[in-house]
Design a protein around this ligand. Structure first.
Ligand code: ZN
Length: 280
């Protein structure tokens, strides 16, 4: 297991952590301000959200690399299933944006249950079909697709995969080399079969997302904790992720409307470095 106590070069910022994912949240820093602030603190990478980039994806990617960091990934495709599923053209646009940005990984939050269906089988079948449909174009663009299982409380409208095992099942159904999974501690910390499932995921883990699960979560979407403030076994989960062969960036992704989004981005970025070294 890697030792981060004196080295945070594996640290990446997901810009949602600064509140950028919702209009009117956070300090509203531009991508350029975020890049400069992360580079000044020795971050190793940044993950952007498509809505932040407009038509400037290529320039923003170049700026990240010129600052000595990598673009770790892009969030995310439109939903692929459920009543709010996006069009094929919108999914292709996400893939093309990731390619322009130079992001090797594009995250998929699947979307919820298919209209009129009960249970999950129809939704997962549709999900696998849509991922397979887009995987070849993504591969031609040098982009891998990372299926992110979400905590079961997001079933219904946001996801139809809840565990690492669920995500791997979709990977098997799709059968494409550039389709894998993203592991987010917020979504998987509770899973007592996680270590075993992660071993089966060896070679398929494309991303690892950090935050913490607060003992008393006040809002299931927007009250994620800073690493060290909650009850997730962050070192234990990372040990299992690395035992499965993952040695990429660790991406801090904290949606926190009532706490961290209300603080100055400079403070948030400093605390992240400290917690990353001491708690993760
Ligand atoms: Zn995540």
């Amino acid at each position: 297991m890697r030792d981060f106590s004196n080295d945070h070069s594996a640290l990446a910022l997901n810009t949602a952590t600064l509140g950028h994912n919702l209009p009117g949240r956070g300090a509203g820093w531009s991508p350029e301000q975020v890049i400069d602030a992360c580079a000044a603190r020795g971050y190793g990478g940044i993950v952007f959200w498509q809505r932040e980039l407009g038509r400037a994806a290529a320039q923003i990617g170049d700026r990240v690399r010129a600052a000595g960091m990598e673009v770790t990934g892009l969030c995310r495709t439109p939903y692929l299933t459920g009543s709010e599923a996006g069009t094929d053209a919108a999914v292709t646009e996400s893939i093309d944006t990731a390619a322009a940005l130079g992001a090797p990984v594009l995250t998929i939050v699947t979307g919820g249950t298919e209209l009129g269906s009960k249970g999950l089988d129809d939704s997962r079948k549709r999900l696998a079909e849509r991922v397979a449909h887009h995987a070849d174009h993504a591969a031609a663009c040098g982009v891998s697709l990372a299926l992110e299982p979400l905590n079961p409380m997001f079933g219904g409208n946001r996801t139809c995969i809840f565990t690492v095992r669920d995500a791997l099942d979709i990977c098997d159904m799709v059968g494409k080399d550039n389709v894998g999974i993203a592991v987010d501690v917020y979504h998987v910390w509770w899973d007592t079969t996680l270590a075993e499932s992660l071993l089966a995921a060896s070679g398929h883990i494309l991303g690892y997302h950090l935050c913490d699960w607060l003992e008393n979560t006040r809002d299931m979407l927007l009250d994620r904790g800073m690493m060290g403030d909650g009850v997730a076994d962050l070192k234990g989960i990372r040990a299992a992720v690395e035992a499965a062969g993952y040695n990429g960036k660790c991406e801090v992704e904290i949606f926190s409307a009532v706490d961290w989004w209300a603080r100055s981005p400079d403070e948030v970025l400093d605390v992240i470095v400290d917690r990353f070294r001491s708690c993760c």
